[in-house]
Design a protein around this ligand. Structure first.
Ligand code: ADP
Ligand code: MG
Length: 332
């Protein structure tokens, strides 16, 4: 097997503490549904009094996710991302695309380029999620990095501007999070006040019940099915990026899908990064950025984002929590 566990769900929803089975006002219904979207299994769980309302909300949330994936994914010929990548100077994009790119550019700047949405050609070169990936030559890596870098992409209104024609945009480090946020908006618009959306480790936990917060088990990066830590949250995004999700091994080395833009090779500082913050898009981008920066610089960057906490597992397996992480941590 060139690579393992292609569709690992990075976190496990623990529904034990939900208190959803009964409320004072009568029977509470639970609707749970999963679909294959954005190359991963997306799971939505919602609770409320009216099954019809819950099901309609979940259907609409999935439809919104599919619509946004068609704008933001490299895998569609007519997506915004593909069109901009093919255009020599970039091109006009939908407001949603501009919104996610604007957030990504801000994280890119604040992380000094650790987060970088211009690595499309590098990603294709490594082909981590292809059939038979191999480590590329240094020449090929250097070639894929030519004309790219976080400063080579900018936004002017709805125009995504590229500094070099060969720059290929890749929103893989942020789009999934943004799409989960939008699904949550759809759920809220349907009047849903309690639920969760999990896209392979990019999660939002929507909860109104103060006595029964969500409990989330964070996947252990080296023990299959093992839980690294358990956190309790409500109305928060919990996002994990790990080197165990998509990778291959060659000569005893693990090659995964989060690249250090400076070297053009997989970042070496971490095994996994979990970020708890207010939006999944921000959590997604930050988890990727922190993974590239490593524990020390990563926690420094996180401290610049009030209301955000994180837990980093360094390459040597040591745990590096941010200052307020313990407030979320709960007994398993
Ligand atoms: P996932 O949750 O899909 O496993 P992550 O959020 O950890 O992914 O981001 C990994 C993806 O982000 C890669 O597959 C690639 O598309 C993109 N990517 C890789 N390196 C970087 C980087 N340094 N900055 C921004 N995006 C990156
Ligand atoms: Mg990410």
């Amino acid at each position: 097997m060139p690579w393992n566990r292609p569709l690992i769900i990075g976190m496990i929803l623990l529904l034990l503490a939900l208190g959803w089975l009964r409320t004072n006002s009568g029977e509470t219904e639970l609707v749970r549904s999963s679909r294959l979207l954005m190359g991963t299994i997306v799971e939505i769980v919602v609770s409320g009094q009216n099954t019809g309302q819950l099901e309609a909300a979940v259907d609409d949330a999935f439809a919104e996710m599919a619509r946004l994936d068609r704008l933001l994914s490299r895998h569609y010929q007519d997506s915004d991302v593909t069109r901009v990548s093919q255009g020599s100077k970039g091109g006009k994009v939908a407001p949603e695309t501009a919104e996610v790119v604007a957030l990504g550019l801000d994280v890119a700047r604040r992380s000094n380029g650790a987060f970088d949405m211009t690595l499309g050609r590098l990603k294709t070169l490594w082909g981590i999620d292809q059939e038979n990936p191999v480590v590329p030559t240094q020449e090929a890596i250097a070639e894929a990095l030519e004309g790219v870098g976080f400063r080579a992409l900018s936004l002017e209104g709805l125009n995504l501007v590229k500094q070099s024609p060969q720059l290929m945009v890749d929103l893989g480090g942020i789009a999934k999070g943004y799409i989960v946020d939008r699904a949550v908006v759809v759920l809220k618009n349907h009047g849903i006040t309690s639920g969760a959306v999990n896209a392979g480790g990019d999660m939002y936990l929507l909860g109104q019940h103060p006595e029964h917060p969500w409990r989330i088990g964070i996947q252990h990066p080296r023990e299959q099915g093992g839980i690294l830590a358990t956190v309790q949250v409500r109305d928060k995004a919990v996002v994990t990026s790990g080197d165990y999700e998509r990778f291959f091994e060659q000569d005893g080395q693990r090659y995964h899908h989060i690249f250090d833009p400076e070297t053009g090779s997989p970042a070496r500082g971490c095994q996994s990064v979990t970020v708890i913050t207010d939006s999944v898009a921000l959590g997604d981008a930050l988890a990727t950025a922190l993974f590239v920066l490593g524990p020390q610089k990563g926690l420094e960057l996180l401290a610049d984002y009030p209301g955000s906490e994180g837990l980093i597992v360094a390459a040597d397996g040591t745990l590096h929590p941010s200052q307020g992480w313990a407030d979320y941590q709960s007994a398993p």
